[in-house]
Every structure is written in C-alpha cells, then in structure tokens.
Design a protein around this ligand. Sequence first.
Ligand SMILES: [Zn+2]
Length: 68
Amino acid sequence: MVEELSPQCSAKGCRAPAVWALRWNNPKLHTPDYRKTWLACDDHRESLGGFLDLRGFLREVTPFGAIS
Ligand SMILES: [Zn+2]
C-alpha cells in the first residue's frame, strides 16, 4: 500500500518514494530565480536529471528529506 502523504518519484508510472529533488528552470518560461521541482527515486534520478540536463534546464539536485 502506498501512503498518500509519502511523496513519490515523478517518473511516469513509478511509485517509488522520492529520495531526490531535481530543481530546474526553463529560461523561456520562468524567471531566473524560479525553480520547478521534480522528485525522483534512486532509479530515476539519472534519467529525469539527464532529460533536464540535455535541455539545459537542470540547476541542482538535492537529497529529498522525506523522512525527518
Ligand atoms: Zn522512480
């Protein structure tokens, strides 16, 4: 069972708990200090990050502290 409050990976069809926050910005749509956040599990950090990095959108990747 998936807990409703536990944040999940943003990858399509993935329900793994998020452990990374990918912070990105599309200069064509966003002001420079704005950050969109995608959440990723360990498996998808590279694929989601690579997608953003390829487009020059990725700004930083930080551990997502779901458990505090
Ligand atoms: Zn995932």
